[in-house]
Design a protein. Structure first.
Length: 266
């Protein structure tokens, strides 16, 4: 079976960056199957890229996962390839927190190498296009079966960069204090509460809740409430989210990134 490579970046589709990286991979590992996760991450938005990797990668086959959101390209940040504890997945990208949440989801890092001087990199290498000259060729060689240990210099997995995001908690009255982690283009708000964390919250599907003291419905989908109404729901990744049917929950509630969202049964 051909190896699977996934590819996420903030490169967009207007330039040749994504295509050139595909070309490098195809030259080195022509049998590999490359699946684009997205190239629409906002430029330099490491956190958004990390959140996408965490929620999306479980839906992809195990393989080598290339991610490039790299505002410090050519600077002092490390470039790494990292093996996760579960499912024998390898993540390749800048060591700036981009890989951290996905690694946590797969049990943490068990092996890592610094690939800055990797024997697999292209020469001559550009200081500003590591996606082409460093990350893509290393990814391709690993997908073709090259050992991770030979792709670079060993790094203690405990020294890899982390990404600090808010954590939901219970308040003194037993309600949930969540945070606005991300916003989509519809104005829906992703919160930091996943399905297992709902146990004991008192929230019941189909019942009313308060969101920052405003009444809303805990609903299954948008059309369970009239247009313009606020709802709490579990999104496609079983994470709590806020929406306004045919509107914007972010604007309706005046939320900014990391704003607290207090949720309790009405």
């Amino acid at each position: 079976m051909a190896a699977v490579i996934t590819f996420l970046s903030d490169y967009g589709r207007d330039d040749d960056f994504v295509g050139v990286c595909h070309g490098v991979i195809a030259t080195i590992a022509p049998e590999a199957r490359v699946i684009d996760v997205t190239h629409g991450v906002e430029r330099h938005d490491v956190r958004s890229g990390a959140l996408v990797l965490r929620r999306a990668l479980p839906y992809f086959p195990a393989g080598v996962h290339l991610a490039v959101v790299d505002p410090e390209v050519g600077g002092e940040r490390r470039a790494v390839a990292v093996r996760a504890a579960q499912e024998d997945r390898i993540l390749v990208g800048p060591d700036n927190g981009l890989l951290a949440l996905a690694l946590e989801r797969f049990g943490g890092a068990v092996e890592a190498v610094d690939i800055a001087r990797s024997p697999h990199r292209l020469e001559p290498s550009s200081a500003t296009f590591h996606g082409r000259d460093l990350f893509a060729p290393v990814t391709a060689h690993l997908a073709a079966g090259a050992p991770l240990a030979e792709a670079g210099d060993p790094v203690d997995p405990g020294e890899l960069s982390t990404l600090h995001i808010p954590a939901a908690r219970r308040d003194e009255d037993g309600g949930l204090v969540a945070h606005a982690l991300a916003f989509d283009r519809f104005g829906n708000v992703m919160l930091d509460v996943e399905h297992p964390e709902l146990a004991g919250s008192g929230l019941k599907l189909g019942h009313r809740v308060t969101i920052n003291d405003e009444l809303a419905h805990y609903a299954r989908t948008f059309t369970d409430v009239p247009p313009g109404e606020l709802l709490l729901y579990e999104d496609a990744y079983r994470t709590l989210a806020l929406a306004v049917n045919r509107g914007s929950a972010a604007l309706h509630l005046g939320l900014a990134l990391d704003s607290e969202v207090r949720i309790r049964p009405a």
